[in-house]
Design a protein around this ligand. Sequence first.
Ligand code: G3P
Length: 471
Amino acid sequence: MTTVLSIDQGTSGTKAVVVDGSGKILGLAEQTVRPQYLPGSGVEQDPQELFDSVLDTGKAAVAQSSALIDIVTIANQGETVLAWDPATGKPLSNMIVWQDRRAESICAGLANHRDEFASRTGLILDPYFSAPKQAWIRKNVTRDGVVTTSDSWLIHQLTGEFVTDVSTASRSLTTDLDSTKWDHELLDLFELGDEKLPRILPSDAIAGSTSAFGGIMAVGGLIVDQQAALLAENCLEAGEAKCTFGTGAFLLANTGTSAIRSTAGLAASVAWTVKDKPTYCFDGQVYTAASAVRWLQGMGFIKSASELDVVAAADSGGVLSVPAFAGLAAPWWSPEAKASLTGMTLSTGPEHIVLAVLQGIAAQVAELGSLVASDTGHPLQRLRADGGLTQSRVLMQAVADLMQIEIDVYPSQHATPLGAAALARVALEPSRTLQDAVVPWSPSTVYEPKWSADQAAEFRARWATAVQATR
Ligand code: G3P
């Protein structure tokens, strides 16, 4: 039975779990990491803090488990980038986090290539993706070293290899979605044509080995965190979808083995490539979910996320929120959009604002579900959900009400590392299929819609009007 050290290096924290072949967690360690929010929509992280958190949590989880580890895997943030020196591994810039909007001007300068990017990469020309931020670093921070996504640097620190995985590469705006190879013409458009590029590995590859966590361990099964959760939640067939409620909320729907593009404004990416066969997904993003909850906390409306359901009113009293604290993604793609609260009166209190923000997150997720339906021609039958905010019954009920489908809550808080662990098992034991590497599960809670279809439609129409005012 393969024992995996699976590390989820996320935006707000790093989590390491040691998991055995049956999915049992033998060791667990977590550390918070703190993004810095800069004037002018900059969001940065200290690379050393991130790497230290990977080492510290990894070692702590291994020590707690007392297990012999066969393989280490890392799930990464997807579109967070930095410059670093490949000779020494030393960072040459901070991490520029996926929420950072400063590369907007780079995208604006390439606006006449928007359709080309969409047809070749499946993505929308937006500062969310990695290449605009890499180009921004080259223009504004340093021309030295290499400029890559965070995974390449972390894996280099651990193994000395210079690689990325195919799901991460597919989030760049410089990877051809069909061939899953770097697209040199698109790299040229971002003036990244002369960059040294990491080798793109399939998801079931072994990248190298490391002794950073004790004895020598293989490193492999690398993947973007969102795709890892899609896998853990057993969304292996086209049409199956999940939403992870973390720093942001990300709804991903498996679209099968052909690289279909969205016509509704979703991003199309590689979910994973296993046994040389890519599986694709549509991806819709709510940039601020737990980030919006942290804003509620910062304003003093709640003391912590665990107070959300205690404080939230049963009715928002007409208050509506579009929690676009870091712009809006699919289908609006408005990096400049700002968050809003409307409909307040002198009797509005924190309880109304808390509910309005939760409903605003739910409304965005419902929009994403509708986009998947319009793209695939099949309304989602149900939605699987994971992440810290699934603990809010109010939020989950709002999602069920506005989407008018049942929501199946994943029974563990560790979907991302469990998904990466499944891939690591396949990487180490190539005779295994994904189907038998993913641990079966049944929902801890199922939320059924309580609102009528008319109520949901009326709310969504009002909320859509509020969105227009934020742009
Ligand atoms: O696209 C960014 C996303 O993958 C980051 O996920 O869990 O760090 O909020 P998380």
